[in-house]
Design a binder for this molecule. Structure first.
Ligand SMILES: Nc1nc2c(ncn2[C@@H]2O[C@H](COP(=O)(O)OP(=O)(O)OP(=O)(O)O)[C@@H](O)[C@H]2O)c(=O)[nH]1
Ligand SMILES: [Mg+2]
Length: 636
């Protein structure tokens, strides 16, 4: 048996726990089965390549405890990409006592390839034919008993998201582990014989899978995927694919901006009212002044600003994004952008990791594991930062709404904002192409590898679940991270704003140090310092800016964007400042979490530095250029 190059620490609760792995092709519902059985929330969605690392969880059946290990999807055990290697190493190691191979009932033949391959390594296999509900809808019938007898291992039909068949599945797992059900010895010895001739193994298995599939699958409606095909034509053909994509992007932003306005203001006033009560309370108990100011002006105001600015847009954006993801739109985006990435010398799958970057660049960087070639993975890693994550969206939305949307409250205002925001995002996407091309022509030379992108069938998103999942798993997760970072940031910034040094505060001194350089970029010292201090998380950039502008070292009681805008204009902001803030938000260093993730993934200080310096230099260069142009042509 192959030595695992991926030593993996399995955390059993007790020695008797059985370790069971969940293997299968990408996008067949492994993580859905895992989640239903363990009650955990692994990322699921309708595109291949979501799970890129091992995850473990616990379940029990008939009083017996199991550790389930959710593996990344893999088409074959002759793996190419990093995440497929992870799966292969685990399957071929002795770490698990049985392997559940999850299959897609609507494309059984391809799935059986992997089943047979896995059976050449182990006979403790349970085949789980998932997505039976989808097969039924498409009038695809599968003779499960026959499949079981042809394969010689237990076969169970399931519909994971409907929680159907999972109990039976675990019963079979138990029997296999106990040895009361064993694989058909004739079948196993035939497969082992095949495995002894590696050259013939692959064609022989392909052949066998196709024979078995023909025996057990009947299509009652040959045109079962007609609707998908039509929709695919619309969403991916030359003339309509990209316009629809941009329109959807714009709509998503419009919903986000329009919907977030009022709740943001309401939250701000609510926090403000609570803050006043807290002030009164602190005074009534005679809290020392410095402590009161530190806690309320420092911590409380920074945290509540982060929440009121970030929570509403995220609570709208994430569910919409997740719905599109569950429906199966993401791989179509990848399809549309494939040729551009190819032209740039990069991999089309980069479109998928780019989309993940919208949520969080660190997640996008980990997601690059789905890209086979190390060269292309590096390109995807370095350029992931060009899509703004959720920490940066609020900065973009706020600045656009204040300076480029006319009246922010009207519908026209929010539509304009959405259009401008889409423009900024498209600029980010274009930069991704340019920089990818530049990298692949210089330091990361090479020929783009081809890959087959699978377009999964469209699936009806599970709306309730999607909303719950995106609010709790993503929104609250990101918000929590922001809050955790903003508490110490609030303390540090308050201290900096209050320590006097040569007649001015430390914050003012630092602002002055960076001010001349910032001016060249059409910004000012406060803005640049806010970005620098925002390294731990972009979410705190706005609160730091506000603090920096308040001579009194506190965020005053501003309830709305218009008051915020007045504060900015009083501090010398013009449209050029706003434009440069937008540009610098798009082009600057990744946050520290992302940088750490890049280092972990690449294990290279050089490439981590590249990921830092490339967008930063671009940001400095571009803002200097706009500033120069604006001044030469007397535009400000
Ligand atoms: N209708 C239906 N949809 C399902 C079923 N099982 C999973 N899905 C959906 O199929 C999609 C893929 O499910 P995942 O659990 O993420 O698949 P996976 O095999 O873990 O995918 P990777 O990690 O990318 O390899 C998701 O949109 C699920 O909601 C099922 O039994 N019926
Ligand atoms: Mg998965």
């Amino acid at each position: 048996m192959a030595e695992s190059v991926y030593p993996y620490d399995i955390k059993k609760k007790s020695l008797n726990d059985c370790v069971i792995s969940l293997a299968g092709n990408p996008n067949v519902g492994k993580s859905s089965v895992f989640n239903e059985l363990t009650g955990m929330r692994q990322h699921t969605g309708n595109w291949p390549g979501k799970t890129v690392d091992l995850a473990q969880g616990y379940t029990s059946h008939n009083g017996r405890n199991f550790v389930l290990v959710d593996l990344p999807g893999t088409y074959s055990l002759m793996a190419h990409s990093a995440e497929e290697e992870v799966a292969r190493d685990f399957i071929t190691s002795n770490d698990s006592e049985a392997t559940i191979v999850v299959c897609d009932a609507t494309s059984l033949e391809r799935n059986l390839n992997l089943v047979l391959q896995i059976m050449t390594f182990t006979d403790r296999v349970i085949v789980c034919v998932n997505l039976l509900d989808e097969a039924k809808k498409k009038k695809i019938a599968i003779d499960l008993p026959k499949l079981q007898s042809l394969l010689g291992v237990p076969v169970i039909g399931t519909s994971a998201v409907k929680k159907q068949g999972l109990d039976d599945l675990m019963s079979q797992v138990e029997k296999v582990v106990d040895g009361t059900v064993t694989a058909n010895p004739y079948m196993m010895s035939a497969l082992r014989q095949l495995a002894e001739q590696p050259d013939e193994l692959v064609p022989a298995i392909l052949d066998r899978a196709s024979v078995i599939a023909k025996e057990v699958v009947t299509y009652q409606n040959k045109n079962y995927d007609q609707f998908d095909r039509k929709l695919d034509t619309l969403l991916t053909q030359k003339t309509t694919g990209i316009p629809i994509m941009i329109l959807l992007l714009m709509l998503t932003f419009w919903f986000t901006i329009e919907g977030a306005n009022t709740p943001s203001d309401m939250l701000a006033s609510l926090f403000n009212a609570i803050g006043n009560q807290l002030y009164a309370f602190a005074e009534s108990i005679g809290m020392p002044v410095f402590l009161k100011e530190l806690l309320l002006d420092g911590v409380y105001k920074v945290v509540t600003t982060v929440i009121s600015v970030m929570l509403p847009p995220m609570a709208i954006f994430f569910p919409i994004f997740t719905l599109l993801e569950d429906f199966g739109y993401l791989p179509r985006v990848a399809f549309n952008l494939d040729k551009f990435f190819q032209k740039a010398g990069a991999c089309g799958k980069q479109a998928l990791t780019m989309c993940m970057g919208f949520g969080c660049n660190a997640a996008g960087v980990v997601g690059t594991r789905i890209i086979d070639s190390p060269r292309e993975r590096l390109i995807a890693t370095i350029t992931n930062n060009f899509v703004p994550c959720n920490g940066r969206f609020p900065i973009l939305i706020a600045v656009i709404t204040m300076f480029f949307a006319g009246s922010a409250v009207s519908v026209i205002g929010s539509v304009t904002s959405a259009v401008v925001l889409t423009g900024v995002i498209l600029l980010g996407v274009l930069s991704t192409f340019w920089v990818s091309q530049l990298l692949s022509k210089t330091v990361l030379k090479g020929i783009p590898s081809s890959f087959t992108l699978e377009l999964p069938p469209y699936r009806k998103p599970q709306i309730g679940k999607v909303i719950v999942r995106s609010v709790f798993d993503r929104t609250l997760f990101v918000l929590w991270r922001a809050v955790v970072v903003s508490i110490p940031a609030g303390v540090i910034i308050w201290i900096m704003a209050n320590i006097q040094y040569h007649d001015q505060t430390l914050l003012q001194t630092m602002t002055q140090v960076v001010d001349p350089f910032a001016k060249l970029m059409g910004l000012d010292g406060t803005i640049l310092l806010a970005f620098i201090l925002g390294l731990p998380a972009n979410e705190i950039v706005i609160p730091i800016m506000i603090m920096g502008y308040m001579a009194t070292s506190t965020i005053t009681d501003y309830h709305s964007l218009s008051e915020f805008k007045r504060l900015l204009i009083d501090n010398g902001w013009t449209w050029l400042t706003a434009l440069n803030v937008l540009l610098f938000t798009l082009y600057h260093w990744p946050c520290s979490t992302t940088l750490m993730t890049i280092y972990k993934e690449t294990k290279s200080a050089k490439w981590t530095f590249m990921s830092f310096i490339v967008p930063t230099l671009m940001g400095i260069g571009i803002t200097m250029l706009t500033t120069l142009i604006a001044h030469v042509f007397h535009l400000v």
